[in-house]
Design a protein around this ligand. Structure first.
Ligand SMILES: Cc1cc2nc3c(=O)[nH]c(=O)nc-3n(C[C@H](O)[C@H](O)[C@H](O)COP(=O)(O)OP(=O)(O)OC[C@H]3O[C@@H](n4cnc5c(N)ncnc54)[C@H](O)[C@@H]3O)c2cc1C
Length: 326
């Protein structure tokens, strides 16, 4: 990883393995992850572009899902992984996630002849703005620019305006970053307001209601400052799948399913709740604007004080083999 200030000065450079033997960074393109997961399932079991319009419990305890194309599905079990604006979470009584005061531009630069970067994470810290870029394949490089914005402002979807806004934020920053934004195809560009929700025990509902259970951002939206949101969604899925499989194998009674959901919530809450708060606090610190504080950060904290090993412990999760060898 290389950390620079906005004027291009290198503040720190290190290898994750030197900080902590167990650590490494893997950048994975979302499309590749989704295709890899979908390819593990029988083709006919996945239906794309199925937007949920309404959800309700039917008289026999099953769940009726109505899609916007008019399709109705009566489901014995619903695992809702429908993201930060989850209509299922809303139906279960969760409040809307809260805007934390900063937004992020993101994109995927494509170099048809091969990307020029070394396999490392690059961070650039400014005042109230930070950016990063990392290669995700021999031809693609992911980047982001995160900036303070007390209000959300008008919703902009025109990619040329989004690109210009992103470039304006970092206009005198290292040219690598600006070139990367320039060559980013429109369809990969987005601007996202960062939000989270602190699911306090006793105040927020649990992750399940009847035969419906939440996974990932739908349950615990967190800011991306620790890079753990998608990782946690995958962890949720592994834990839930194991518990549900055991419940179904034991004869799928509603009591066994209830117990699987309860045990899933109990196991996952202590992992995701502290991470949500920590990601929020880290984000607030990283978005500092004060010039004196930023000067101390660049001259003392990043080069001399930060020890990444202990700060990365939250990424440790023992997944164990996913498919038992029989
Ligand atoms: C700027 C930024 C950087 C990030 N960086 C990282 C990182 O480095 N590492 C990391 O682990 N995480 C990162 N994250 C977080 C990560 O993107 C999310 O945590 C992750 O995508 C959550 O996965 P999910 O499956 O729960 O939700 P999503 O990926 O949001 O998927 C939800 C799905 O539900 C669908 N959906 C929504 N509404 C409906 C509906 N009504 N009917 C049917 N389907 C619906 C959506 O179309 C979508 O396909 C980042 C997030 C942001 C904003």
């Amino acid at each position: 990883m290389v950390v620079k200030s906005e004027d291009g000065q290198q503040l720190r450079s290190f290898r994750f393995k030197d900080e902590d033997q167990s650590q490494e960074v893997r950048a994975v393109e979302r499309r590749i992850l989704l295709e890899t997961l979908a390819n593990q399932l029988p083709t006919e079991s996945v239906r794309f572009s199925s937007k949920l319009a309404n959800i309700e419990t039917s008289e026999n305890g099953a769940t009726l899902l109505q899609l916007t194309d008019g399709t109705q599905i009566l489901a014995k079990i619903v695992v809702a992984c429908d993201g930060i604006r989850s209509p299922v979470a809303k139906w279960m009584g969760f409040s809307d996630p809260k805007y934390v005061g900063h937004c992020s531009f993101r994109g995927l630069g494509v170099y048809d002849g091969g990307q020029p970067f070394e396999p490392r994470v690059n961070y650039v810290y400014g005042r109230g703005i930070r950016a990063g870029y990392v290669p995700v394949s021999p031809t693609k490089v992911y980047w982001f620019v995160c900036f303070n914005s007390p209000s959300l402002g008008p919703r902009v979807t025109d990619p040329s305006i989004l690109k210009q806004q992103a470039k304006d934020l970092v206009k005198n920053w290292p040219s690598d970053l600006l070139n990367l934004i320039d060559i980013t195809p429109d369809e990969t560009l987005s601007k996202t307001p960062l939000v989270d929700r602190w699911n306090w025990p006793g105040i927020s509902p649990g992750p399940s209601r009847g035969s419906v259970v939440l996974v990932g951002d739908a349950w615990h939206p967190m800011t991306p400052n620790l890079g753990q949101g998608a990782c946690c969604a995958l962890e949720d899925s592994v834990v839930l799948a194991r518990k549900l499989a055991a419940a179904i194998e034991s004869g799928p009674s509603s009591t066994a399913i209830d117990e699987a959901f309860r045990s899933y919530g109990e196991e996952r809450w202590p992992r995701v709740f502290p991470l949500t708060i920590r990601a929020n606090v880290v984000g607030s610190l990283l978005q500092w604007e004060n010039p004196v504080v930023c000067g101390v950060r660049n001259r003392v904290v990043i080069p001399k004080l930060v020890r990444l090993g202990p700060m990365l412990e939250h990424t440790d999760f023992e997944c164990e083999p996913l498919v038992s060898a029989k």
